[in-house]
Ligand binder design. Sequence first.
Ligand code: ADP
Ligand code: MG
Length: 352
Amino acid sequence: AKSVTLQNISKAFLNDKGERSYAVKGVDLNIGEGEFVTLLGPSGCGKTTTLRMIAGFEDITEGHIYFGNEAVDQIPPNRRDCTMVFQSYALFPHLNVFDNISYGLKIKKMSKPDIISKVESVLDIMNLRDYRDRMPNQLSGGQQQRVALARALVMEPGVLLFDEPLSNLDAKLRLVMRDEIRRIQQQIGITAVYVTHDQSEAMSMSDKVIVMNKGRIEQMGTPMEIYQRPKTQFVADFIGTANFMEGTVKGTEEGRLLVDTAAGLLRVHRDGFKTGDRVTVVIRPEAVSLGNGSERKGIVQKSVFMGQTQEYEVQFGGQLFQITEHNPIQEKVHAVGASVSVQFAEDALHVI
Ligand code: ADP
Ligand code: MG
């Protein structure tokens, strides 16, 4: 496995008017050996362009890319030590599974016995042994994607790149393939850069998540850091659902900030703010609970049973809150129009 370093990488395209327009701007990124890093962000934020620059399919307008200590900027894609797995599996339709997987090794002029032993071992890792003689059109979407992954793995690249590889699969299969990709990546200890716009995919697979917005890195961190301590409104909103409350810092107490909001005085994590600062408090839907007390009263505007959860919208403190209750129980569900008391889980509050 290789580490990958992006040093102040930018990519400009010429738009219709012939002006330079940046798809990626000033991206700095260190990906450790054997790390699984995901570029996450909405469509058009520059994920694919970043990945294609790492692969060498796209020239870099500014900056440098290193694999380990080696600058690869001037190295063509076929000589970079990386392989890309695409959303469209791009299997050769006229070659069976074995020949699809062995194709790259043949091009490399590897000896026949070596090819057979490497392909056999990858067929085992990917649970594809029973399918080795099938043609691509005799495989399900999930099996085709496994063959595409096997074809990448057999090349034993220093870096494995994925561009939304599960987008064409149905929801259930996507969940299975997430686990499978993660398992294999850890088993062989390969460095992986994974692109997706699906936040739960990013959270469940990655060592590190890079949230991108308009060509720039908005925040990077572990999935838990990104979810529990989003640094900007964009990140809080893009990763899951969030409620925002404007407030003013009134002081500190036992290492927490006291923030005055329309919902009353809240105690939140400090995160480097001081008395007098105008702040926004971020509150996740599952960090709010509803009760029958007489304080902090709100009115239920929406109450929807989702199976594992009951989803509420509650008018409170001059705004609408999204609230998620786990393990809903019939007798305790609040109906639309009910007057409820609103509580925040202190540990889950923080400010941006
Ligand atoms: P993502 O993968 O996050 O959806 P992309 O990296 O594909 O985003 O695109 C980022 C931006 O760059 C978009 O605005 C897109 O239109 C633009 N872009 C991508 N490729 C080209 C190209 N070959 N020529 C001009 N603009 C491009
Ligand atoms: Mg893309």
